[in-house]
Design a protein around this ligand. Structure first.
Ligand SMILES: [Zn+2]
Length: 90
């Protein structure tokens, strides 16, 4: 099975060419980080940081808001659930 990992500095998927994380990459990450949504969030934030730095290095001004929702936004539900559980009853 091909791995859907990002090419740098373009941050397009090496396998399918879509903007990373592509749908197969999201599924693979969800599987890999099952039960560890906060760790996934930290990983994606590191990816976001690299994506923004790579964009600048090739002279492209990144759309920060769009990059945040593309790289991190899709995985926010897990951490939000954890936070709600932790703060229940307060
Ligand atoms: Zn892909």
């Amino acid at each position: 099975m091909a791995e859907h990992i990002p090419a740098r500095p373009s941050w397009r998927c090496r396998d399918c060419g879509a903007n990373w994380p592509c749908q197969p990459a999201k599924l693979a990450l969800q599987r890999e980080y099952e039960g560890h949504s906060l760790a996934l969030m930290l990983y994606l934030m590191a990816c976001l940081y690299d994506l923004l730095a790579d964009s600048e290095s090739i002279g492209v001004k990144p759309d920060v808001e769009q990059s945040i929702s593309r790289v991190v936004g899709w995985a926010i539900d897990g951490p939000l659930r954890v936070l709600r559980t932790l703060t229940q009853g307060r």
